[in-house]
Design a protein around this ligand. Structure first.
Ligand SMILES: *Cc1c(COP(=O)(O)O)cnc(C)c1O
Length: 374
């Protein structure tokens, strides 16, 4: 077992369980202006570009922080000062967050509210773009992690190509596991995090941006300015502000492990195997996925608690936490539901532990207190 066995098992969409070797890679202090540090940053950026065989037209630009920092950096750094309009496709929590970013910065935008339990219909997006010819860019979340809805990226990218619209993509929960069409001329920028399918520790995110899409004359933010960050790294390999050196060391190791284990294809395959086992084990107890199989992806699944289930979500959470098993509620507010992530260094035995703990819930004597939110 590569993970510390006494640790909590995280069935959450980040932070997630990391390998012992990724954690131990952090046991080194390196100065931010040293050769070792600048080589580390440029090595990581090259590995990210190589991961999807991305050509020279793109640059990988690091951002200190979690995935949201990269999304905010992407939306504020890749739009011109004037004569643009961004269409925001909203079908879950993370695309709502993109909308909030647009509102905070006063970016010209038009939302398209879509159903949150199904993938976005490409024909509807095509009609939306025809109806709003001022839209120059489209903001899309590849996999909506709140409920676990996978949008059809290939189809949506071809709609963008057909309508000459540039795509700004949140691929935070898919980069490292699913294909991303970097060969599409519509793709302008992609936000990703070290702490999702690439299995590293939290603290760093990236935008892989088409160099031509970066706006040197537009400054909407100081610390999230991708163009300034990229120029500084290009001319002398220095970060503008304190780099998360330990986090970079961990990520360098995580990228090596990702490549050694067979890259995106193998990682997706592993998630699928874990997820199939999970769905099967929970179905035995009447706990079934909320969404139809063809709208899901194995990284995160939302499950519904059956009517007969004895506990509220809060009680269930505490019961599982006591067994070192950590889950999150789903963002689906009208039902008793929870989501289970199959990402991170998980094994089949972890899924069995979770399924067994769920089965033991009703027989546990400590849990006779009435359900608070039944
Ligand atoms: C995790 C995630 C983010 C980033 O969320 P943070 O809370 O900043 O880590 C953004 N988009 C998607 C689709 C995600 O899954």
């Amino acid at each position: 077992m590569m993970r510390n066995t006494d640790a909590q098992v995280l069935f959450t969409p980040g932070p997630l369980n990391t390998s012992a070797t990724v954690k131990s890679a952090m046991l080194d202090d390196i100065g931010s202006r040293t050769t070792a540090s600048s080589e580390l940053t440029s090595r990581i950026c090259s590995k990210l570009l190589d991961a999807y065989a991305i050509g020279d037209a793109f640059a990988a630009i690091p951002v200190q922080g979690s995935g949201t920092f990269a999304v905010e950096a992407m939306l504020t750094s890749c739009l011109p000062a004037t004569d643009y309009c961004i269409g925001v496709l909203v079908n879950g929590e993370y695309s709502k967050r993109m909308l909030e970013i647009c509102e905070i910065y006063g970016l010209h935008h038009v939302p398209l509210q879509c159903d949150t339990e199904t993938a976005i219909d490409p024909a509807r997006v095509d009609a939306f773009l025809l109806e709003h010819p001022q839209i120059s860019h489209l903001a899309l979340v590849h996999f909506e992690t709140g409920l676990g809805v996978l949008n059809d990226l290939a189809q949506l990218a071809s709609v963008c190509e057909r309508r000459s619209v540039q795509l700004l993509l949140d691929a935070i929960s898919t980069f490292g596991a699913l294909p991303i069409p970097f060969d599409s001329p519509a793709l302008a920028a992609v936000a990703l995090s070290a702490n999702k399918c690439l299995h590293s520790v939290p603290g760093i995110a990236f935008v892989i941006a088409r160099k031509a899409a970066l706006q040197p004359s537009v400054r909407r933010s100081l610390s999230l300015d991708l163009n300034a960050q990229w120029r500084k790294l290009e001319n002398g390999h220095q970060w503008r502000f304190t780099p998360p050196t330990h986090v970079l060391l961990a990520f360098d190791q995580a990228l090596d492990e990702w490549a050694r284990e067979g890259k995106a294809e193998r990682r997706l395959d592993k998630y699928q195997q874990l997820n199939r086992h999970l769905v099967r084990r929970l179905a035995e107890q009447g706990i079934v996925p909320l969404l139809d199989a063809h709208h899901r992806a194995p990284m995160i699944t939302t499950f519904l608690l059956p009517e007969t289930f004895a506990l509220s979500f809060e009680q269930l959470y505490r019961h599982l936490e006591a067994a070192q098993l950590i889950i999150y509620p789903s963002t689906y507010s009208t039902a008793r539901s929870f989501r289970i992530g199959c990402i991170g260094e998980l094994v089949r035995a972890d899924i069995d532990r979770l399924a067994d703990a769920l089965r033991n819930v009703t027989s546990s004597s400590q849990l006779i207190e009435p359900a608070a939110h039944a």
